[in-house]
Design a protein around this ligand. Structure first.
Ligand code: AMP
Length: 458
């Protein structure tokens, strides 16, 4: 998972991108970076950590140019930490190109091997570099019947060649000369939207990034669409037609911010409906419903509304700690849970509590939470999960653990309940999850169903 953002045509483009990626911080906290272009040269700053840590105000001041792209990273492919921070910039025969990518290429390894055998050098271990190395080959591809604007005749056929080679999930922004180019893979796994304010154009993984810069959302970049923005205007291409879509359902369950609009929906509404559906499937006798903040808040609200049980805050979140799961090592994850959440005894004492979370992955968080609630005096703790058991790793850009690490693959429902120490445990059913989105065939729910739209190649 990563967050990407871009601005075309603003005197303060790098600063606006900084704000955009700041509001996408939940999509990645391992590194942050911005590249800007004045139409000739590309400048770059990037570093490890969150936006505030990775990009200093001095560095930001130095960035010149009216076009910029930015990235927050949470590693799925390649090493974690600053080494693979994006944007990645490469000087190739046609000029300098900068790229930011959200997703995961499922044929990275064989393609990289093939290119290395031909003598191409890779400077990173991140799949994103493939786009640039494929552009460097200078090879071109032109699908029959596709009309290309003269402005794009140099760049686009090469990009189309690159896209005809890669497989998997990608929402991408590129800077090349005076152009900003945005595109999504043909199945549309990851979101990408376009916004506008005055004469400036904006791009971002989620619409919440437009609010912070006071831009209006214009549209979603469609699956398989390429958008080119330059001084001649905006051009859209649909070179790879596909009837299917594979929007990541986990964006609704957990990843995207609740105030964002993605995949034609408000995340808040979908997430609330997940909670409602959970309550429709079963309501246990209890005194109150409490969320695991922040990810459980919206589904817990839906559960409370549907069940009629009062919504209370049984856990209080310390806002100065980042997302716990996102840390790559297990040790750090454990400590962070305790740092992040505290029991609210005023609510919990002597009560039968339904505690709602968005998903159960390894089970680490929930076990600690149940212990915490009981220690604080809760009489009963009923854990409700607003998504089905996570049973499959994601190959399309979400860092789900391996099959063995997923608790639902190691234990039965009853074993998980015992392990976690809850009085009862229930997940949303897969049918329930699918009933919440308008057309289940438009979504990828492989992490819950093991039905993978693309098989990764190694
Ligand atoms: P655990 O069951 O301890 O592995 O943690 C599950 C919690 O981590 C969920 O309730 C989510 O809030 C969050 N989470 C789930 N999937 C992910 C993911 N792929 N990356 C980061 N956080 C996640």
């Amino acid at each position: 998972m990563c967050g990407i953002a871009g601005v075309y045509n603003s005197e303060i483009a790098p600063k606006l991108v900084y704000l955009e990626i700041y509001s996408l911080q939940h999509r990645g906290q391992e590194s942050a970076g911005i590249a800007s272009s004045d139409g000739e040269d590309i400048q770059l700053v990037k570093g490890s950590g969150k936006v505030l840590e990775g990009i200093s105000s001095e560095d930001l001041e130095k960035l010149r140019g009216k076009n910029a792209i930015g990235h927050v990273r949470y590693s799925t492919a390649g090493d974690a930490g600053g080494a693979n921070a994006q944007p990645i910039v490469r000087s190739i025969p046609m000029g300098q190109v900068a790229v930011v990518h959200n997703g995961n290429l499922t044929n990275y390894l064989p393609l990289r091997r093939e290119l290395e055998e031909k003598g191409y050098r890779f400077n990173y271990t991140s799949d994103t570099e493939l786009f640039l190395v494929l552009l460097e080959t200078g090879k071109e591809y032109l699908p029959k019947g596709l009309e290309i604007h003269p402005e794009d005749s140099e760049f686009l056929p090469r990009l189309l060649y690159a896209l005809s080679e890669v497989e998997g999930a990608y929402s991408v922004l590129m800077l090349y000369r005076d152009k900003l180019i945005a595109f999504r893979d043909k199945l549309g796994f990851r979101p990408l939207l376009m916004g506008k304010k005055g004469k400036s154009y904006f791009f971002a993984s989620e619409s919440c990034a437009f609010d912070i810069v006071e831009a209006e959302m214009v549209k979603e970049v469609k699956p398989g669409e390429i958008v080119v923005v330059d001084s001649k205007g905006i051009r859209n291409y649909f070179p790879f037609r596909e009837k299917e879509e594979a929007r990541c359902i986990f964006e609704f369950v957990y990843f995207s911010r609740p105030d964002s609009f993605i995949f034609g929906n408000w995340v808040y509404e979908v997430r609330q409906e997940l909670g409602r559906q959970l309550a429709r499937e079963e309501v246990v006798e209890a005194d109150l419903v409490s969320p695991v903040p922040d990810s459980g808040v919206v589904p817990a609200l839906g559960y409370s509304q549907e069940s009629g049980l009062p919504f209370e805050l049984g856990l209080i979140r310390n806002h100065y700690v980042g997302r716990s799961f996102i840390e790559p090592s297990q040790e750090l994850r454990n400590i962070r849970v305790l740092m992040k959440l505290s029991p609210n005894r005023a609510v919990l004492r002597g009560k039968r509590v339904i505690i709602v979370d968005d998903s159960l992955v390894r089970g680490t968080t929930s076990k600690r939470i149940v212990q915490m609630l009981k220690r604080a005096g809760a009489k009963e703790v009923h854990l409700r999960i607003a998504s089905p058991p996570v049973v499959g790793p994601c190959y399309y850009g979400i860092d789900t653990p391996t099959k063995e690490e997923l608790i639902a693959n190691r234990m039965s429902l009853e074993e998980i309940r015992k392990h976690i120490g809850a009085d009862s445990l229930r997940y949303l059913s897969l049918e329930g999850l699918r009933s919440v989105v308008e057309d289940k065939r438009l979504y990828c729910d492989a992490c819950f169903s093991n039905e993978y739209p693309i098989t990764p190649r190694i």
